[in-house]
Ligand binder design. Structure first.
Ligand SMILES: Cc1cc2nc3c(=O)[nH]c(=O)nc-3n(C[C@H](O)[C@H](O)[C@H](O)COP(=O)(O)OP(=O)(O)OC[C@H]3O[C@@H](n4cnc5c(N)ncnc54)[C@H](O)[C@@H]3O)c2cc1C
Length: 423
């Protein structure tokens, strides 16, 4: 099977890269065999929140020179500061074209309220999420924080106590009782955010939901709910706000994350509209090489029939998504056998202190400045690596996971198009 580009991995990195290439007329296939990190994510996208030395970052683009000094192997340092600035803009436009309304921009981080009631610096957040500028308090004096009766993946008391303590706001805690959810509630494994959203998004449920919120939270200036609403868009939330006449906002829940899934769906939908070929449930297994080129990619579902493309992009994610694996011999990239950043001694992979930056989070595929993957010390001619499968950065400590995925995807798409001329 012949494509212009084959992408391995259908998470944020792989989908955005295939999408950008499809927008420019390239015929792309995305082979992806599992759920992506988006199903577990907050829905907010981080660009750069902290330098490796622990210095907090307010303005991500201004911090890039310091990052390049402290982490020359970081994907942003490889791409270069001016590219990163241009690609961050491009990424925001790409998300808009997918119909995703996000708040924030790359010049200045903002703070999003977490399910624990703390605030965390980030780049872009869904409109539905409560946020503040870095130096401003929450704009309300009283908030109603409402859980859903029997729903265990969001505990309003957790957020309430830190919002009260750290933000000095009055927080009223309550639980929504909605008969429409009784059938789901009877089966705890079904009573998850996504299934709840499928019910609450139905227009015929909005009156009852608004009435229940009014009963519990009439006094509060704003209402925070678990993100169990708005699987496809903000229509349900807007209807609710109109009925209640006050801001109603969503906090992420435990996975599956409605806010993250919405992002995933929007990217996927636009890719399919543009003619991208998705191969869900398929797994890339091995490749053939001719010198510095990948000539064939074999997958589980296609057996002996290889996928062929002049360009390939590896976006298989990190250990979490099996894009990297570890065994007694060390860290491996299992499909192509690429070179990885790692540490020889297993004892050096982790720190005992659970909250300290963990070295293994920096492990991943080595690339050159064009993000071409390195194998046996040489950058391959036609295989790029992007997103969480790449090494040299710590998405958690540096708060840069989504930015590395999105910007890397666009960097590579740009490079492939420049190399290949017009489609
Ligand atoms: C639990 C979790 C939560 C996170 N939350 C946030 C957040 O809130 N904000 C943020 O900015 N960052 C967050 N991150 C960082 C995250 O890594 C990036 O934001 C980004 O989503 C990673 O995207 P990716 O496409 O590189 O990888 P992934 O999302 O991991 O996607 C890789 C995909 O490739 C597939 N795959 C792997 N190997 C193969 C193969 N051989 N063949 C076919 N398919 C394959 C996997 O099944 C998976 O679907 C989080 C990370 C994790 C692990």
């Amino acid at each position: 099977m012949q494509f212009d580009v084959v992408v391995i991995g259908g998470g944020l990195a792989g989908l955005s890269c295939a999408l950008r290439l499809s927008e420019q007329g390239r015929r792309c296939a995305v082979v992806s065999n599992g759920q992506s990190a988006l199903y577990f994510a907050s829905g907010s996208l981080d660009l750069l929140a902290q330098l490796p030395d622990g210095t907090p970052v307010a303005a991500p683009l201004d911090a890039l020179p310091a990052l390049a000094q402290q982490a020359p192997q970081h994907p942003y340092s490889l791409m270069g500061a001016s590219q990163v600035a241009a690609l961050a803009n491009e990424a925001q436009q790409l998300l808009q074209r997918c119909g995703l309304a996000m708040q924030g921009d790359s010049r200045m981080n903002h703070l999003r309220v977490t399910p624990l009631g703390t605030r965390r610096a980030t780049w872009l957040s869904p409109q539905a999420v409560p946020t503040t500028p870095l130096d401003a308090p929450l704009p309300w004096r009283s908030i109603a924080l409402l859980g859903i009766e029997g729903f265990l993946d969001f505990q309003p008391q957790l957020a309430a106590s830190s919002l009260q303590r750290q933000q000095g706001v009055d927080v009223l805690v309550g639980y929504l009782h909605l008969p429409a959810l009784d059938r789901l509630r009877n089966n705890p494994s079904e009573f998850r955010a996504v299934n709840i959203a499928r019910v609450l998004d139905m227009p015929e449920q909005h009156a009852a939901l608004a009435e229940e919120i009014r009963r519990l939270a009439d006094e509060a200036e704003a209402v925070f709910l678990p993100a169990c609403l708005g699987l496809e868009d903000d229509r349900a939330l807007q209807a609710l706000q109109q009925r209640l006449g006050k801001p109603v906002m969503l906090l992420p829940t435990l996975p599956p994350s409605v806010l993250g899934m919405r992002l995933h769906q929007a990217l996927r939908q636009r890719l399919v509209q543009l003619g991208g070929v998705l191969m869900p449930g398929d797994r890339a297994l091995r490749a053939e090489f001719d010198g510095g080129r990948v000539t064939a990619l074999y997958t589980r579902n296609h057996g002996d029939i290889p996928l062929r493309a002049p360009q390939l992009v590896l976006a298989g994610g990190s250990f979490f998504s099996n894009g990297l694996s570890s065994d007694i011999n060390g860290i491996r990239e299992p499909v192509f056998g690429l070179d990885v950043y790692d540490r020889a001694e297993r004892a050096d992979w982790c720190q005992r202190d659970l909250f300290a930056p963990q070295p293994y989070l920096q492990f991943g595929v080595r690339t050159d400045a064009q993000l071409r993957a390195v194998r046996q010390g040489q950058a391959l001619d036609n295989l790029y690596a992007i997103g969480a499968v790449t090494g040299g950065y710590d998405p958690l400590q540096q708060g840069c996971g989504a930015g590395v995925s999105l910007l890397g995807a666009l960097h590579v798409a740009r490079h492939i198009v420049e190399q290949g001329g017009d489609a």
